[in-house]
Design a protein around this ligand. Structure first.
Ligand SMILES: [Zn+2]
Length: 198
């Protein structure tokens, strides 16, 4: 099956993802754009309709969670779904050169990066470079009602989405012009459901 998705708005792209997630939750996967025709159609270039910044965790693969296929999603994955200049540069490339109208930051339940920082685990080597934004989110929501780590995961996704949406010079202009929508979401590992936080 080949579906061409051109000139979508951010909200339309988000709805396609949420519809795919409903199929994932219901076990009614369509596996769009997995065929040979889709693969060959992508040789000359890509035109993803969404950018997803997700955790590197093996349990949270966006193509599966949103029931999408080859060429549909421009995915950046890093433990804790944090950003740095290189990750931001990748996102900027996808929206400004590939014209993706949606950027989604997806946090998830049981995130090992968040729980390790929450528990004060001593992280060696380059792993420690992941911790500052996670630590900031944990501190910000400490003492609030509900699960501390879930609250921090959601806060981290919201904060990261805000940083992306406000980043100069590329993202902030595209967001203000209404050409790109940035959202934060939370993936529930148990139910399979993705909920929009912003
Ligand atoms: Zn994680």
């Amino acid at each position: 099956m080949q579906s061409i998705r051109k000139n979508l708005t951010g909200p339309e792209a988000l709805q396609i993802l949420l519809d795919g997630n409903k199929r994932f939750v219901a076990g009614e996967l369509e596996h769009p754009n997995h065929c040979e025709e889709s693969r060959k159609g992508l040789v000359s270039g890509q035109e993803p309709f969404a950018v997803i910044l997700a955790c590197a965790d093996a349990r949270v693969p966006p193509v599966n969670i949103f029931d999408q296929g080859l060429g549909d999603l421009f995915i950046v994955r890093v433990a804790g779904n944090i950003i740095n200049d290189q990750i931001l540069g990748s996102i900027e490339y996808a929206v400004s050169h590939l014209h993706a109208p949606l950027v989604m930051v997806m946090g998830h339940a049981s995130c090992g990066a968040v729980s390790a920082v929450a528990q004060g685990v001593k992280l060696h080597g380059h792993i420690a470079s992941l911790t500052p934004p996670i630590d900031a989110a944990l501190k910000k929501v400490k003492g609030l009602a509900g699960c501390w780590m879930d609250n921090a995961t959601k806060e981290l996704a919201l904060c990261t989405a805000k940083k992306i949406a406000e980043s100069e010079p590329i993202m902030a202009d595209l967001v203000q012009e209404g050409k790109v929508t940035v959202v934060a979401t939370y993936y529930n590992l148990d139910t399979g459901e993705v909920s929009v936080l912003s």
